[in-house]
Design a protein around this ligand. Structure first.
Ligand code: AMP
Ligand code: ZN
Length: 465
């Protein structure tokens, strides 16, 4: 029996889907105006783990993830600069080019981290008519009102506002960071449609003139379009609880007239050196950057899986070094099991399977499940243990089929001097010194390594990989 912690009820609950065989699930996706950082990726690994556990339990899944390629103003507010347009201006590209570039990079990150793509990927810009219809419906039902700069959601009309975060409306008003728009009925009312300001690049015709959707309306319109008025699971990071998801609930329930999402699941944040990640502190690493420093994406996934998703996880390079050693040991021990022709007693295998099942079904206790795996590997060497580990890997997603001898795991470590060559080459490329860059690439190849360019950097692999 699967139990999941539901943010809405603040309890671990038995998971009972609407349809006993097929789970419907929506996950908040990225705003594609920059490269996803390791904190973002922790949240997508969490999404992937939910999906893998559900599948392990025999469910089919209809999953939807949005790609926010329009709007999404700074600081979750209704005012301020549009993140997409800001990036477009800075890079002298159109917002569509920006979105395309970072969407591609995002999918590459998913692949490198062995995160399965949800069945439906929904781009906001491809669902503008649905969003307009949604806004119209909210207006018809008396939840939306027009001001000089857009259509706002009237939260006073929705008594359930705040039920996800448990925040009182008064506290929210006091906490509002932006100057209160005098036309709004309530400080916490939020824009569901914005009228395009002069110079706003992305805009569409609507009953209220040219404009663009509010960020929160995207997820409501697209989740209901694909999953219906009622669906099982909605996932995202904890930062979305107080505003984005509270607003989604207000929109969905006003639109459908009933409870729309049964289980709200939230992943805790990743910290770096015990603090917040931010561009200005220079501590927002990408998966490519970790690769440049010699950490396989699987090591990062393994690092994340060693912490429960509802606990904050502090990223440090010492922690990553530990994860790297431990992951390599895992692969080499597995290899010894793989090579053994001895059988393991069926009851021993069953015992571990049961323990593993209990762990993952107890609110996705992946750290405990990893503990079960490590204990199992201490059993006498047997190919049955290897096979069972591969079974477990359907949930863990750690590419355990890449088990290899200890000598080889050591060899995947790229030596310091080769990493240095790769760094110098990146520097040369930045300075447009392509002759030097080519010479450095050749130097790396001579040492048996290949440098592969990625949209946000490069990776170094053994030449025979
Ligand atoms: P964004 O593109 O900003 O909407 O973020 C994408 C996803 O990453 C959201 O689900 C956020 O909740 C999540 N996220 C942002 N920062 C972090 C962090 N430091 N740790 C974990 N998840 C994060
Ligand atoms: Zn969302």
């Amino acid at each position: 029996m699967l139990k999941l912690y539901n943010t809405l009820t603040r309890k671990k609950e038995e998971f009972v889907p609407l349809d006993s065989k097929k789970v419907t699930m929506y996950s908040c996706g990225p705003t594609v105006y920059g490269y996803a950082h390791i904190g973002n990726m922790r949240t997508y690994i969490f999404m992937d783990l939910i999906r893998r556990v559900l599948r392990y339990d025999g469910y089919k899944i209809k999953g939807v993830m949005n790609i926010t390629d329009v709007g999404h103003l700074m600081a979750d507010s209704d005012d301020g600069e549009d993140k997409m347009e800001k990036a477009a201006k800075e890079q002298q590209k159109s917002p569509y080019e920006i979105a395309e570039h970072y969407t591609k990079a995002f999918f590459e990150d998913l692949e490198r981290l062995n995160i399965g793509r949800p069945e439906i990927i929904a781009k906001a810009t491809e669902h503008i008519p649905e969003m307009i219809d949604f806004v119209k419906e909210l207006q018809n039902k008396g939840y939306g009102y027009e001001t000089s700069d857009g259509i706002y959601y009237d939260i006073a009309k929705f008594p359930g506002y705040g039920k996800l975060s448990g925040a009182k409306l008064d506290e929210q008003k006091a906490g509002a960071r932006v100057e209160v728009n005098p036309e709004k009925h309530n400080a916490a009312d939020f824009a569901i449609w914005k009228k395009a300001e002069k110079g706003h690049i992305m805009q569409w015709p609507s009953p209220w003139g040219m404009g663009y959707p509010g960020w929160h309306i995207e997820c409501s319109a697209m989740s209901i379009k694909y999953l219906g008025k009622k669906f099982d699971i909605h996932s995202g990071g904890v930062d979305h609880i107080p505003i984005h998801h509270e607003n989604e609930i207000a929109q969905n329930e006003a639109y459908t007239g009933e409870k729309s999402v049964n289980y709200w699941l939230h992943g805790e944040f990743m910290l770096v050196d015990n603090g917040k990640m931010s561009k200005s502190l220079g501590n927002t690493y990408t998966i490519s950057q970790l690769q440049e420093k010699g950490y396989d994406p699987m090591v990062f996934r393994f690092f994340c899986e060693n912490a429960h998703y509802r606990k904050k996880l502090n990223f440090t390079f010492e922690g990553m070094d530990g994860a790297k050693k431990s992951y390599e040991r895992l692969l080499s021990t597995l290899y010894m099991h793989k090579k053994s022709s001895a059988a393991a007693p069926a009851e021993v295998i069953e015992k571990y399977k049961t323990e593993f099942n209990n762990a993952i079904n107890d609110d996705l206790n992946i750290p405990l499940a990893l503990g079960v795996l490590f204990t199992m590997l201490k059993e006498p060497k047997s190919c049955d243990i290897y096979k069972t580990a591969l079974e477990f890997d359907k949930v863990l997603g750690l590419r355990l089929d890449k088990a290899r001898p200890a000598e080889e795991t050591a060899a995947v470590d790229v030596p310091e001097d080769v990493m240095k060559i790769a760094q110098q080459r990146a520097e040369a490329k930045k300075n447009r010194d392509y002759a030097l860059a080519d010479a450095l690439r050749a130097a790396a190849e001579e040492k048996g390594y290949r440098i592969i360019d990625k949209p946000d950097g490069y990776v170094v692999v053994a030449a025979n990989e």
